[in-house]
Ligand binder design. Structure first.
Ligand SMILES: Cc1cc2nc3c(=O)[nH]c(=O)nc-3n(C[C@H](O)[C@H](O)[C@H](O)COP(=O)(O)OP(=O)(O)OC[C@H]3O[C@@H](n4cnc5c(N)ncnc54)[C@H](O)[C@@H]3O)c2cc1C
Length: 547
């Protein structure tokens, strides 16, 4: 063990690793980037996290930056869960549900809790946490908070930011803070404190106030409901006069501090939701139907391009439900529509109206009649993720332009333009979308070992992001800006907000030890330097959704 590793090991209760194999394992997340860390630490307590942050801060004060990257399941698609300093990995020990208050519907958790385990525990109490990502089987609650994750239900229930109440956070210098609403009186006291927490309140409150008009103008021109670029400075001032830093940490991707505990609201769970899948002759037709269905306020409204299933059946030995095929092949598009109202009367009414609408557009439909059928239909929806496992002759589907949101009225035309863009660059691509928030997942097929294909990726990102911004969309609407999109975020938010985000960062992380290169402060060259020469989510293959 090297000197730094054994020093740290002597000071914490958890484990420190510096072996090559473990560092290689932690050099990848769900993105196309690769960075080998110097050390991997499994903290056992908040005190361990505090000591690691403090150690990194003190080294940086002496001129040596050994950064800290918090990590949950490592499924991040933007390169935000990798870094060259210390990886602080939570699932090994800090993985407990500490308290569940079923009456107040609140749960207190450690960050390394597996999202699916938490969900299963909540289900046994008739509760659930609605913004679960498609990766919830193998990701953590800490990662979901830090990424402000959402999923198929976010149309109705919003993203994690709407559900997180309070956080315990370790700041860059090792200070431990609690977030939550603070009154004007407490704020005045905090603003005067000579601590890093005081600095955080001063910077956040100051930048939010100074840039209020810029934020308003930005949000005004944004024509989509979800945007994960930058920091939620615009959300810290509450209508009741309190200030709450919680929303700032939600979506901060480990760049402002390390979350060591969270109190989260949960909702009543209705296990008997009603799910319908409908097939269509074209994406346009499916989207027209979705316009009418949207007015009925479904809890899920998802679109999957038929090409995804054609591909999945060909390469993953998947059988597409014959009831949904058109002439023996997968249809051009599928819509997944869910009503999760607990009342069976309301569900029946919803379905009656839904089928009336679908009669005008859809070729075939299936509505799940029992739990088994429901599970099968959900598996069909989540099979989309299985394409990320694909690898053949060096080619794989890569997440580089996978996370835009575009105005709902332009979604159909945008999908056609995006496909045309990929075609122009001679790459095949698969598409699916959360129609509600109009979030498009498009995955181009490339060979990461080829220089020409790597160049294509950057051309695609540049042209695609410009297309998105031009129509009032967001280049990062679910998975975050992270390391991959950081060089492009100025395109999205402009000079002033880019500076505000960098200033916030500088105030709370003056030595640049908190997940540097993520969200702000990196260039296209940094991204190029960290490109991996291959891509596949094979390492998650035992848990990746399959049909
Ligand atoms: C197949 C697939 C499907 C996906 N589907 C979705 C989806 O539907 N919706 C969605 O939103 N995302 C999705 N994602 C992206 C990702 O899985 C989610 O954002 C997930 O919530 C990340 O959780 P994680 O535990 O893997 O976090 P990690 O990947 O480990 O980390 C994510 C970020 O959080 C930070 N972080 C982790 N723990 C902490 C902590 N304790 N304190 C501070 N920062 C921390 C990391 O530094 C990093 O910046 C998908 C990814 C894959 C591979």
């Amino acid at each position: 063990m090297n000197k730094v590793a054994s020093y740290l090991q002597g000071h914490i209760a958890g484990e420190v690793f510096d072996g090559d194999a473990i560092r290689s394992t932690f050099s990848r997340d769900g993105s196309i980037l690769a960075i080998k860390p110097s050390l991997v630490v499994y903290p056992r307590t908040t005190n361990d996290v505090r000591k690691v942050a403090r150690f990194s801060w003190q080294l940086a004060e002496k001129g040596h930056v050994l950064s800290v990257t918090a990590r949950g399941g490592g499924t991040d698609l933007t390169g935000a869960a990798i870094g060259k300093g210390i990886i602080l990995s939570f699932p090994a020990h800090l993985n407990r549900i500490l308290e569940l208050d079923t009456k107040q519907r609140l749960v207190r958790v450690q960050p390394g809790v597996n999202f699916k385990s938490l969900q299963e525990t909540l289900h046994t109490h008739g509760l659930f946490l609605p913004p679960f990502p498609a990766s919830y089987e193998y990701s953590t609650i800490g990662g979901a908070i830090a990424n402000n994750s959402g999923g198929v239900k976010s149309y109705k229930y919003g993203s994690m930011r709407s559900w997180v109440e309070r956080l315990e956070v370790v700041l860059a210098n090792g200070e431990i803070i609690q977030t939550g609403p603070v009154s004007k009186k407490v704020l005045t006291r905090k603003l005067g404190e000579p601590t890093l927490e005081g600095e955080l309140y001063r910077a956040a409150a100051g930048l939010a106030t100074e840039n209020k008009a810029v934020f308003e103008a930005y949000l005004d021109q944004l024509r989509v409901p979800s945007d994960r670029v930058g920091y939620a400075l615009d959300s810290i001032h509450r209508k009741n006069g309190t200030v709450d830093l919680t929303p700032l940490f939600v979506g901060s991707q480990g760049t402002l501090g390390i979350i060591t505990e969270a109190i989260i609201k949960v909702a009543k769970y209705s296990p008997t939701s009603s799910l319908t899948v409908a097939s269509f002759g074209s994406i346009r037709e499916a989207l027209e139907a979705a316009d009418d269905i949207g007015a009925m306020k479904p809890s899920v409204l998802e679109l999957v391009d038929g090409d995804v299933y054609e591909f999945a059946t060909k390469h993953f030995n998947i059988t597409f439900p014959p009831e949904l095929s058109v002439g023996g092949v997968a249809p051009a598009a599928l819509l997944f529509i869910e009503c999760d109202d607990p009342s069976s009367k309301l569900k029946a009414k919803f379905n009656k109206q839904l089928h009336r609408i679908l009669e005008d557009y859809s070729r075939q439909t299936i509505t799940a009649k029992n739990f088994d059928e429901l599970e099968k239909l959900w598996a069909l929806r989540y099979a989309t993720s299985s394409v990320l496992r694909y690898k053949s002759s060096g080619h794989s589907f890569v997440p580089v332009i996978e996370d835009a949101a575009v105005p709902r009225d332009l979604l159909g035309a945008f999908i056609e333009d995006a496909k045309a863009l990929c075609k122009k660059h001679h790459v095949e691509a698969l598409v699916w979308a959360h129609v509600g928030p109009s979030n498009v997942h498009i995955l181009p097929l490339v060979d990461m070992s080829k220089v020409a294909h790597k160049q294509t990726i950057f051309k695609l990102m540049d042209e695609y992001y410009r297309m998105v911004v031009k129509i009032g969309g967001s280049i990062a609407s679910e998975h975050g800006d992270g390391r991959l999109r950081a060089p492009f975020t100025k395109l999205q938010v402009g000079e002033t907000l880019t500076k505000a985000y960098a200033d916030l960062r500088k105030a709370v992380d003056p030595h640049g030890t908190m997940n540097p290169g993520v969200k702000t402060g990196s260039t296209i060259k940094d991204v190029v330097d960290n490109l991996a020469s291959d891509y596949s989510l094979d390492r998650f293959s035992d848990v990746l959704p399959r049909m």
